[in-house]
Design a protein around this ligand. Sequence first.
Ligand code: NAP
Length: 246
Amino acid sequence: MSMFSLQGKRALVTGANTGIGQAIAVGLAQAGAQVICAGRRACDETVAMITDAGGTASAVLVDFADPMAGQGLFAGQPIDILVNNAGIIRRNDALDFTEEDWDAVMDVNLKALFFTTQAFAKAVLARGAQGRVVNIASLLSFQGGIRVPSYTASKHGVAGLTKLLANEWAAKGINVNAVAPGYIETNNTEALRADVERNAAILDRIPAGRWGEASDIAGAAVYLCTPAANYVHGTILNVDGGWLAR
Ligand code: NAP
């Protein structure tokens, strides 16, 4: 079997109804995985994209506004791959940033990610299986950003947790890695792209000379789930059009 095949694997992708999560779900299915599309809204479109192309997909509703909401996701069926993609961003000056905007982002981006991953790992280890976790980090796992304090804190946290969990679980057969997308055209970056000056400044700095598309992220995430990445643990793979190389 190809070292890039996910035939026979079952994957769950959070925030799979749109954007990067949708593209990753489709990519995993193209590699042969059965995909469970998890979202706080229906993932019908993603399921249809996969099944129309001959793949296998189902959907489940989960709202990480309750960070413990993912606890039941792994009870019913064996799942081999977890992609922690769901995330939100709140923008405001640091001086005006509210506790609500702090907690909302930290709950979805970091606390839910940790406890969902913990539940996944418990289920994988309980059945003596092997697993893959791919977290969606950010350029703001490395850089400070501006006017997004809770987002930056959460994504630095995602990078740290990726390494910590890799340290604890590599020898147990669970690979934990992350993908750090650059500037990608999704709902998450709508406000940035609408700001003419910020948009021009961002574009000017991207060596590839364009914003990324959600599908640009899928290949890296799929790779980290395949046998090709068997010995890859705790890495954060930048897919940023060269941004961090500047
Ligand atoms: P997006 O289109 O806003 O997608 C975010 C996904 O997370 C959506 O499916 C969203 O559902 C889901 N989500 C948000 N809150 C949730 C909750 N409480 N419970 C369950 N699901 C929830 O933006 P995106 O760019 O594809 O973002 C995906 C990931 O990539 C995020 O972690 C983001 O931080 C990260 N990222 C994006 C960029 C970029 O440039 N776009 C760069 C670096 C990292 P709804 O559709 O219902 O909101």
